[in-house]
Ligand binder design. Structure first.
Ligand SMILES: [Fe+2]
Ligand SMILES: [Fe+2]
Length: 236
């Protein structure tokens, strides 16, 4: 990594990392997200995550970049949809800001960049995406809503258990934009079809909950319950 430091002159004061990580924790009500999701994060995942923050921060950085990239692809693919252009342009901007912020927080903690392949989560959702339109568009937007909602749920849960107070404040700060991203994706999914999407939402709710609730041999930001082998590896 070069010596580039986060340029605080070009961002709004409320998004300034120094400000975010030192002020009182932001409070965003995410009870609607808990209602939307079919499962809560396990204590086993939280315990493993708490012991593996450098890995988790690397995966978080990857997720922010991926979130921006996915939204950018949708902007190109569905250029006829004006509301999608506006909502996702803002989303891309915010995800890239988060990416820069997470890189800064990693640097501050002396965490070097490491290559970390993606876990099973996004693939496990996307394999159910229908291949015809507008069904494919509906599915990808619903999946986006679940990924954003889960991120919110995990940031909130992590903020309550980690010892790194600055990072906990940062995770609380993220709830405001990530919960809006969840709402935007869901609203867009409803807007692109006459089909009642509730059944599809219920389907992905079950798939997503299974990915979160079943044993997983890898630890990632969106991974399942750490398997016995993974827990032993982390404890060693
Ligand atoms: Fe983000
Ligand atoms: Fe997001």
């Amino acid at each position: 990594m070069n010596n580039h430091t986060f340029d605080t002159d070009t961002i709004a004061p409320e998004d300034d990392l120094q400000h975010i990580t030192t002020r009182a924790r932001a409070t965003t009500d995410i009870s609607h997200i808990h209602e939307f999701l079919g499962a809560r994060t396990s204590d086993e995942w939280l315990a493993a995550a708490k012991q593996s923050l450098p890995l988790l921060m690397q995966d978080h950085a990857n997720c922010e970049k991926k979130a921006a990239g996915t939204a950018m692809n949708l902007i190109f693919r569905y250029e006829f949809h004006r509301d999608l252009q506006e909502r996702l342009a803002q989303l891309v901007r915010e995800e890239m800001l988060h990416y820069e912020q997470v890189l800064s927080l990693m640097k501050e903690r002396g965490i070097a960049w490491s290559h970390l392949p993606a876990g099973r989560y996004a693939k496990g959702l996307l394999k159910h995406k229908r291949t015809w339109e507008p069904a494919g568009m509906v599915d990808v937007l619903i999946i986006g809503a679940f990924i954003e909602a889960r991120s919110c749920e995990r940031f909130s849960a992590l903020a309550d258990v980690i010892d790194d107070e600055k990072l906990a404040r940062y995770y609380k700060y993220l709830l405001k934009s990530e919960s809006r991203h969840y709402e935007d994706y869901l609203a867009l999914a409803r807007s692109v079809t006459d089909e009642d999407i509730d059944e599809r939402v219920a389907f992905f709710r079950a798939v997503e909950a299974e990915l979160i609730d079943s044993p997983d041999d890898e630890l990632r930001f969106h991974s399942g319950v750490p398997s016995a082998e993974l827990q032993a590896k982390i404890a060693a």
